[in-house]
Ligand binder design. Sequence first.
Ligand code: G6P
Length: 621
Amino acid sequence: MCGIVGYVGFRSAVEFLVPGLKRMEYRGYDSAGVATLTGWGDFSLAKTVGRIDRLQERVIQESVTGTIGIGHTRWATHGPPTESNAHPHIGGNNLVLLAHNGVIENYQFWKERLASEGFDFQSATDTEVIAHLIARQWHRRADIDTSVDPHARALAAVQSAIAKLRGTYGLVVMFTELPDLIIVARLGSPIVIGVGDGEHFVASDPSPLVGHASKIVYLSDHQIALVTAENLRILHRDYGAIEPSVSALEIDSNDVELSGYPHYMLKEIFEQPESLENAMRGRLCEDNATAVFGGLNLSPQQLRHINRIILTACGTSFHAGLVAEYLIEEFARIPVEVEYASELRYRNPPVNQGTLLFAISQSGETADTLAALREMKRKGHPTLGICNVVGSTLAQEADGGVFLHAGPEIGVASTKAYTSQCITLSMLALYFGRLHHIGYDSGRRIIDAMHQLPDAVRTALKTNDEARRIAGKYCHAENLLYLGRQYNYPTALEGALKLKEISYIHAEGYPAAEMKHGPIALVDASTPSVFIMPQGSVYDKVMSNLEEIKARGGPVIAVVAEGDKRVRNLADDVIYIPHVDDFLQPIVSIVPLQLLAYHIAVLRGCDVDKPRNLAKSVTVE
Ligand code: G6P
């Protein structure tokens, strides 16, 4: 949700800033801007409504130059997407330039106060308050001696301004009187710094750094960085100066380029066999017939005493939690609840000792998921995170966790991260199962089945042509139902979510049998139903539900296991997927539904990777 960038070094800053914003466009894409410093007291500013391509044109028109600069791509929270609301914002009398990711909750108070002190507001944003507040504090700290440290006054201004804010921020700040410095601050919104040779790069996530820097520093909450071309100083609010912890950048250009695909979403759907292999690599131990995890930070003895598990997440990650509910209960016989993080954070459920919280989040930055995690930590429960982004807030704050290793997911609609979450949770279910009820032989069988999964997904990807054909038939529908039972009920929810996110068609996922209690009223010749019904214990029951839809004239698309002959005569369209064990079905059966949603969206002319109103990483409540 909003992406910020910064550059200080020896090349033209916009050469990094604009492509960097383009790589982070998934975080927000309603307006954008860049600012550069061009000498003492001088700066250039270019802002546009709309996408980064338009910003690029504006940057050329306005000849934005300079070797130090900041930029922003916006997902509007306060004020509509207009040029005046776009970042960077100016504070004081052209003293401060600033871009912000996050939300300032007490901005109204400070806006009124600063306005009464004579500060002139140009926008409806919460961000402009920070820019003016920093300028105000700068003027109040004229006493600071800058003979030894020329940046001391700027640092003090930023420190005292952010101490007055309530909310979340990732900030990049420049002072026109200090044309060699970017100050970066973080509380609740991610920021990374790329370390180059005589240059530094700042971004909300590592993807813009690819091709520019091979070393990366993940900033943590309450840290401030003073960044110049040659130096990187980091200070913590409570501990003062700290040594930057520099690690290697682990992604490469193939992870962030389209590599010949028309959209990131399609590329990521096709990457799933590899992303599943990466999630499982080194984690399945045949000798002990269990899964192994390096970062749980809880001993098997401690985990054996867990008698209840709460899974919390938002969006697609919530659906992965629903899959895990079935799995963990079946394998480990531990009661599991899956809660929307936005609900859990404000609920006060009675939670016994022995309860473990899993927070599931691709980005590791979703505000509600983090808030739910913090609430459970406050109550003294152990917390584990499952996320894809190394260095994310979730990874930093959970007591332990598991990374998905799916590689960057850029399409706003989550695909490969979802299947990686499902397999990671399946491995955790195996691990918990082996601590309790699952014997050695069953453990081995589960591992064998998991090893076959990437190939099964490879085969499922061959449904692409069929999905495209079916998409052509139904792309003008106004409503679709997605129906499945047991392990495939979450698949129905996720299939419906995929379709509505990117094609703007109304779609509802339902437990197949439950559709009799309401949704069946929607069924007519123009409302297709997608049945997810690979073989399994409830196959016959779902078949009856399918017949009920057909009896009312509703078209049926059935996703079934290879070799299924019964469904052929009933369904209007059939998609065959490989047969796998029940517990792995969600990972295989979602593949044709991802493809169906993708092709329908393309045929309707939708912007698949950047659907309207959405953002990939929702860092506001
Ligand atoms: C947004 C995205 C969804 C995602 C959800 C949770 O709504 O558009 O695709 O599933 O956030 O994100 P997380 O990063 O926590 O998994």
